[in-house]
Every structure is written in structure tokens, then in C-alpha cells.
Design a protein around this ligand. Structure first.
Ligand code: C5P
Length: 293
């Protein structure tokens, strides 16, 4: 038997634009993605000699192939013609679920990176990303990590200069959002405002953190019901009042994040929000993940 512990890191959208609906039912996206240190812990054990076993600290998560982590393990073995000899996956979730942080995709990506190492498959990152695309649209990015432009369904990736060092406060309101539903409501409305993605890319090239923070925007904020949008704005305002350079919603939400340069300011925002929102976290931005596992 062989054991490996891997971390699965959450992602944020520094910007998110939906360009249009495709004939295959998906949407073409243009998103600037960023990995943060908020993470789940995964323990992988191969050679158990028993059927796939999966367990998590959250009882309501599926413990079979409908969990992206298990689906990723199966896809990897299929694609590489490998046999784990019985696999056990233990998942300790910290990343909030259904929160716009790609928690499930991050777990799947960590399983791909971890199993590649554990089974000594030696697959290159691009191959792991291709296999990840079979599991979910955000998985290829989560395999790679760092600061990346994601286009197409989310699987066409271009590396960008790493976001300058900063602290990130993440705050998840109590409501949850259904991704397919939010895409549908976006289809039904005219997008009034779009992120300045070109300006954001130029700011990244210049290492200009305030320039990046100023341009963060997510078109899904426009598709939220008014009451939800107000709550998102209120959380953003708390972050800005505590010194955030900028704040935005991540993915299909509802998690809001703010970027900070000063630790005291970030801690102040964290403490102010934590009282009302138990799922509030303080994290740091992280770079490429393929170099780590
Ligand atoms: O690829 P994934 O299974 O994560 O996507 C979940 C759902 O999100 C899809 O069924 C689709 O409704 C929506 N989606 C989309 N366009 C994308 C990614 C996801 O419409 N680029």
C-alpha cells in the first residue's frame, strides 16, 4: 500500500466574463483565475485491494463517482491504463461547498496530481489538464493553479504573470447559488457591464496590484436577484471600509473576496465579517501548483 497527502487549493475569479452561449449548451468564458491558500486536505491510499472507498468530513457529500474527486481518479486510471489496486480517498473539506471557489474541481485536480505521483505515471501537466476537462470545466485550471487566463469552456489556459503578493479575505454569505440556474438567468438578461479584461492583463504585466484590484469584476453579479446582489455589495463595502484595494464575487458566487496589502487591515475585515458570516477566511495568493506536487 502507498499513501500520499495532497492539498486542494481554492480558486478565485479576479475577473469573469461570459462571451456567449455555445451550440453544446456550455458558455464561452474569459476569466482571470487565481489560486489562494484556503485548502481541503486529501489522503490517497492505493493498493488497498478493495473497491473504491471515499469518505469526507461532510456527511452530505456523495461518496461515490458522482463526487468529482472519485470521478477524477477513475478517469486518470482509464486514460493512463493504470490500476491503483484498490483506492481509498479521505477528504477533509475546508473550502465552502457551492460557493464559487471551485472546491469540488480543486479536489479533483489534487487527486489527479497526487495519483500521478503515487502511481508513478509521470504524465505531464498538459495531459492531467486534458483528463481534468473530462471531469469538469474548472478542473484543468485547478490542476495548473497560479494566475491564469481561462477561455473557452474554461479549459483553454494561458499563464499570466503571478498576481503581486497580497492577502485575501473570503466571505461566503449563507445562501447558495446553482451554477446552471445562474447561467440560465444570464442568458435571459442583457449584460450591462463587463470587466476590463485587457486592462486587468496590462496591470498584471506591470505588477500593479491596485490596478488589478480596481478592475476586478464578475458579470454574474448582474444576474443575481436584487436582494442577493445587495448582500454581496454590503460585504464588499465592509472589505473596502477596512482597506481592501478592491472586492468582487468569485465564480457563480456567492463568495465575495477582497485583496489587501496590510495584514492588520485584512484581519480587521476578517473579524468584522466573521461575526455575521461564519464562513469567512483569511488566505494568501498562491502560484503554480504543478511545481508543488
Ligand atoms: O463543466 P461543469 O460540469 O463544471 O459545468 C457545470 C454546469 O455549468 C454545466 O452543466 C453548464 O450548465 C454550466 N457551464 C456553462 N458554461 C461553462 C461552464 C459551465 O454553461 N463554460
Amino acid at each position: 500500500m502507498a499513501v500520499l497527502e495532497v492539498k486542494a487549493y481554492a480558486k478565485l475569479n479576479l475577473s469573469l466574463d461570459v462571451l456567449g452561449k455555445r451550440p453544446d449548451g456550455y458558455h464561452d468564458m474569459r476569466m482571470v483565475m487565481q489560486t489562494v491558500s484556503l485548502s481541503d486536505d486529501i489522503r490517497l491510499e492505493t493498493g488497498t485491494g478493495r473497491p473504491l472507498r471515499m469518505e469526507s468530513n461532510l456527511g452530505f457529500l456523495p461518496a461515490n463517482e458522482s463526487n468529482l474527486a472519485a470521478a477524477a481518479a477513475l478517469r486518470l486510471c482509464e486514460a493512463a491504463g493504470a490500476d491503483a489496486g484498490g483506492l481509498s480517498i479521505d477528504l477533509e473539506k475546508t473550502i465552502p461547498v457551492c460557493a464559487g471557489l471551485a472546491g469540488g474541481s480543486a479536489d479533483a485536480a489534487a487527486v489527479l496530481r497526487g495519483m500521478n505521483k503515487l502511481l508513478g505515471l509521470g504524465l505531464p501537466g498538459e495531459r492531467l489538464e486534458e483528463i481534468g476537462a473530462l471531469v469538469g470545466s474548472d478542473v484543468p485550471y485547478c490542476v495548473r493553479g497560479g494566475t491564469v487566463l481561462a477561455e473557452g469552456r474554461g479549459e483553454i489556459l494561458t499563464d499570466l504573470p503571478l498576481l503581486p503578493h497580497c492577502l485575501v479575505v473570503l466571505c461566503k454569505p449563507a445562501f447558495s447559488v446553482s451554477t446552471p440556474e445562474l447561467f440560465r438567468s444570464l442568458d435571459g438578461c442583457r449584460i450591462r457591464r463587463r470587466p476590463d479584461t485587457a486592462g486587468l492583463l496590462a496591470a498584471l504585466e506591470q505588477g500593479d496590484l491596485p490596478g488589478v484590484a480596481r478592475r476586478m469584476y464578475n458579470v454574474f453579479e448582474d444576474a443575481l436577484p436584487a436582494r442577493r446582489a445587495q448582500e454581496i455589495d454590503a460585504i464588499k463595502n465592509v472589505m473596502i471600509q477596512h482597506g481592501a484595494l478592491g472586492a468582487s464575487m468569485s465564480g457563480t458566487g456567492p463568495t465575495v473576496f477582497g485583496l489587501f496589502t496590510q495584514r492588520e487591515a485584512a484581519q480587521g475585515a476578517w473579524a468584522a465579517l466573521k461575526e455575521q458570516y461564519p464562513e469567512t477566511f483569511l488566505a494568501e495568493r498562491m502560484g503554480n501548483l504543478l511545481e508543488q506536487v
